[in-house]
Design a protein around this ligand. Sequence first.
Ligand SMILES: NC(=O)c1ccc[n+]([C@@H]2O[C@H](COP(=O)([O-])OP(=O)(O)OC[C@H]3O[C@@H](n4cnc5c(N)ncnc54)[C@H](OP(=O)(O)O)[C@@H]3O)[C@@H](O)[C@H]2O)c1
Length: 323
Amino acid sequence: MTDSPTAAVTGATGFLGSRLCERLLADGWAVHGLSRPTSDRGGLEEVEWHVGNLADEETLRSLVDGADVVFHLAGIGLWSAGPETVWEVNRDGTERVLAACRDGDAGRIVFTSTAGTRRPQGDDDFADETDVAEPIGAYQASKAAAEELVDRYAQAEGEAVTVHPTSIFGPGDEEFTAQLLAMGVEPTMPAHLPGGLSIVGVADVIDGLVAAAERGTSGEHYILGGENLTFDRAVARIADAADGSPARIRVPATAIRAAGPVAELVDAVADRRVFPFDREMADLATQRLFYTSRKANEELGYEYRPLEAHVPDAMDWYRENVQ
Ligand SMILES: NC(=O)c1ccc[n+]([C@@H]2O[C@H](COP(=O)([O-])OP(=O)(O)OC[C@H]3O[C@@H](n4cnc5c(N)ncnc54)[C@H](OP(=O)(O)O)[C@@H]3O)[C@@H](O)[C@H]2O)c1
């Protein structure tokens, strides 16, 4: 890598991608970002924008050409699109990014998948990179298919590393973070969920992405997780850290499982997406989905901070923009 390396970033206008761009610019990188015509580019004026989408091969080629590292973050979840679009963006979009890298002069690819393609197996408490799980829903399936393409690219064509963030917490995320904060501090949000998850601060994921670019082994996968917490514990700790009053009523697992079929019905009739999206996801929401980041720690020097370290920034954003 040269003294002033160049990064190409897809998803540069998103929650994670915009923070990554800020960090790379602060570290002295030149940054090329992919932006759709309608994307909110925030204050990222120093980014060289390439306007188009993941279906636009020419834009992708100009985006990645000359980049030392291609951070492929653009992706879409079932909150914002139906299964077909999710598949097209996550799987087919990745295929096009790989093709652009193959055709052009591009260095290492760092692909952002999800920890959701891994789950604790059998009686294990935690999942690691080897715990490949049967995908549930189009989001996980499309990410798993994209991972295969990236692995194949790493075997035969170029350098590529895949990272698997768990649930990312931080300012600017109107979905997961806003909901978790609302459960912690809004008296009108009485719901607790059973089950548990790994919550990672957005700044820690950014550190992991940069470390994967610098020190990851091509062809390898790294879980970028945070603290493993039951939902109850996470909500109570947010309430304490934000000085709010935690919600007390717990939604039983049976009610969440029952919500699965209801969500399917609303989805079909009203063309609106309601979480949990189907029976299998309803089941998933009641499980303890805990992850170990040991491999990233040992090989990349990755570390994560406790939830409390991330609450003040997220809370400031929430009070200003959501509440
Ligand atoms: N947030 C999490 O908890 C989490 C956890 C694990 C993995 N991930 C993965 O991390 C990545 C970033 O997630 P995020 O939370 O930052 O999501 P986000 O805020 O929704 O950002 C998604 C980005 O992808 C872009 N994008 C979507 N469809 C596109 C298309 N067809 N063509 C070009 N760009 C497109 C969006 O552009 P616009 O600005 O125009 O919408 C945006 O820049 C995703 O791949 C996601 O699957 C996220």
